[in-house]
Ligand binder design. Structure first.
Ligand code: CA
Ligand code: CA
Length: 155
């Protein structure tokens, strides 16, 4: 591809310099804005659809500057906005099968909880459990590269 390097998008450049699958921005946003920002970066709001991916996200969060040992909340890329009670991964459209829900969730508390967050509030019994929460709440969030390790092959 002659001259290809000159038409790299911002997202591609970020992917190329990212040494990690994950990226946790240092500001809070509601779930919708979090989605938009991850997509803007050429990434997506993270999926934790297996034990391995859940553990990888937790490890990334523990290393992050947004970690607060008393209370950390991060948006993940799933919601039941499309149909109440049925959770789907936003980026893939796949039904949520694995999720590390706390035993009393999802509960659609108050009838307004449609977006999924990863919650670590040890004093309240939350140990990196998933919670359905109000989508308009502002939390930190975690973006992921969906093709980590593939980007550099474009060159
Ligand atoms: Ca709900
Ligand atoms: Ca809930």
């Amino acid at each position: 591809m002659v001259g290809g390097i000159f038409v790299l998008t911002l997202a591609q450049r970020i992917k190329c310099v990212s040494s990690s699958r994950y990226f946790i921005p240092s500001f809070k946003a509601n779930w919708h804005k979090a989605n938009e920002y991850c997509f803007f970066l050429g990434m997506r709001l993270a999926l934790t659809d297996s034990v391995e991916r859940h553990n990888a996200v937790v490890e990334e969060a523990k290393r992050s500057e947004v970690l607060d040992v008393a209370a950390t909340v991060l948006w993940l890329g799933a919601s039941d906005l499309g149909q109440e009670g049925l959770f789907y991964w936003h980026a893939t459209g796949a039904r949520v099968r694995f999720m590390n829900w706390r035993s009393d969730n999802p509960d659609d508390f108050g009838g307004v909880e449609d977006c999924v967050a990863l919650v670590n509030i040890p004093d309240k019994g939350w140990h990196w459990h998933a919670n359905d929460a109000g989508c308009e709440a502002e939390h930190y969030f975690i973006c992921e590269n969906d093709e980590h390790g593939q980007e550099i092959k474009e060159f």
